[in-house]
Design a protein around this ligand. Structure first.
Ligand SMILES: *Cc1c(COP(=O)(O)O)cnc(C)c1O
Length: 420
């Protein structure tokens, strides 16, 4: 670090060591990034993307070429038949909800095979809340196969749970705020094979945080449909909001009728000037994901160096951009988030405090300093103040800046005498 920020020699030395330890992982990240960038560029070339596709449509948005070409570009990037990518999908939860409601019908059973899904999906399914028009309110039954005690997939349990009434098998790729390992495309392929031996249920993957981390996406490994958020990986930090659904053409069409309304589907929806940012974000996504992955690897290496446990470990292969660090107690979690906030490009002057967040049974502290509200492809961290006292961090569109954020988090912990 130069003279713009101050850290103690202990942190500087540990960071130097962390960079050395990270080099093999960085080389792997570079290799995947280059492959994915070539794939994305080829999709732009194949679909002859040109400046006229950035033109704004209003009102109904009939015949918006940019919108329709972008759907095909994304489909080519993820290896699917078709896709919908829209700024009007307000967040990841909304996008996943559109796909679930688009594909499931009264009497169907949805089987989640990766334990309890991400918190915000509970309301969509009807695990929590009532009277809001959840899947449960519409007569869709929810079942789940728990993960094994070590957090891995229970393949035998899946085989036992499958029957002809199961219309959808649902897989969550990323760990969310748990310490289970995230699933790679190889794990998803194994689940899909297990399912296909007994069932032709639709296989859907919550692909949040996984896009462009590996060379292929779940649709190339047996998934029928995937969905995710544009303020995470595939928006490249440039899309201002939105989500995407990609997969088999017949399923994407069904989702389009829930995205707008039966009969109209994808024919309506003005781009309102958002197309350029979505094209540009998607184009840059492989690079941006590489920066986020390097920040995660560096954080794991640095905190291992300082005596903490990281999961995944610094040298482990990665399947999403999430990095969890076990920091042992509340004081250390608070110091981490407050330190990281000091290195945020936006809102560095505010000091995050733990608060009672709706839906959590303990206080939560977060750091975020993003150009886009709530964006988690930008450097951010979240920590519920409870066992196992772990912080989940993700992002940075820019490794050099992300590295400083991580170092300032470590510095704050050191300054408060919380490193042994
Ligand atoms: C982010 C995320 C979602 C969707 O969350 P939003 O905040 O609504 O975008 C769903 N599942 C997983 C695993 C996620 O990481």
């Amino acid at each position: 670090m130069n003279s713009f920020f101050k850290v103690d020699d202990v942190i500087t030395a540990a960071s130097k060591k962390a960079m050395e330890v990270s080099s093999a992982s960085f080389a792997r990240i570079d290799e995947v990034r280059a492959y994915n960038q070539e794939k994305v560029l080829a999709a732009f070339v194949k679909n002859s993307v040109n400046e006229s596709h950035f033109t704004e449509s209003t009102g109904y948005g009939y015949g918006d070429r940019g919108r329709d070409v972008l759907d095909q570009v994304l489909a080519d990037c993820v290896g699917s038949e078709d896709s919908l990518i829209r700024h009007s999908l307000t967040c990841g939860t909304h996008t996943l909800g559109v796909a679930l409601f688009g594909l499931l019908r009264p009497g169907d059973i949805m089987l989640c095979v990766t334990g309890t899904p991400y918190d915000t999906i509970h309301g969509v399914i009807g695990i929590t809340g009532s009277g809001m028009g959840s899947l449960k309110d519409y007569g869709v039954t929810y079942k789940q196969v728990d993960l094994l005690p070590d957090g891995t997939v229970d393949y035998e349990g899946i085989e036992k749970a499958l029957n002809e009434k199961i219309a959808m098998v649902y897989i969550q790729r990323s760990r969310g705020y748990s310490l289970r390992p995230s699933l790679g495309v190889a794990d998803i392929e194994k689940i899909a094979k297990t399912v296909r031996e007994k069932s032709d249920a639709v296989i859907m993957v919550d692909n949040c945080y996984g896009e462009f981390v590996e060379k292929t996406e779940p649709v190339s490994h047996g998934a029928d449909i995937i969905a995710g958020s544009l303020i995470k990986n595939p928006g490249g930090g440039i899309a201002k909001c939105g989500g995407y659904i990609a997969g088999r053409a017949d399923l994407v069409e069904k989702c389009s009728y829930r995205m707008t309304v039966p009969g109209l589907g994808r024919e309506v929806g003005p781009s309102l000037g958002q197309s350029r940012g979505m094209f540009m974000g998607l184009f840059n996504a492989p690079h941006i994901v590489g920066e986020a992955l390097k920040t995660a690897v560096f954080a794991a290496s640095l905190f291992e160096e300082l005596g903490f446990e990281a999961t995944p470990k610094s040298n482990e292969a990665r399947v999403d951009i999430i990095q969890a660090l076990k920091l042992c107690n509340s004081d250390t979690l608070v110091a981490f988030c407050q330190g990281m906030q000091k290195g945020a490009p936006i809102d560095s002057n505010v000091c995050p405090e733990p608060w009672d967040m709706p839906g959590y049974d303990s206080k939560v502290i977060m750091s975020a300093g993003a150009f886009t509200g709530g964006s988690s492809i930008e450097l951010s961290s979240d920590a519920p103040l409870r066992e196992p006292y772990a912080v989940w961090m993700q992002g940075s569109m820019n490794f050099d800046s992300g590295k400083i954020g991580v170092m300032l988090a470590a510095q704050e912990i050191y300054k408060r005498g919380l490193i042994k």
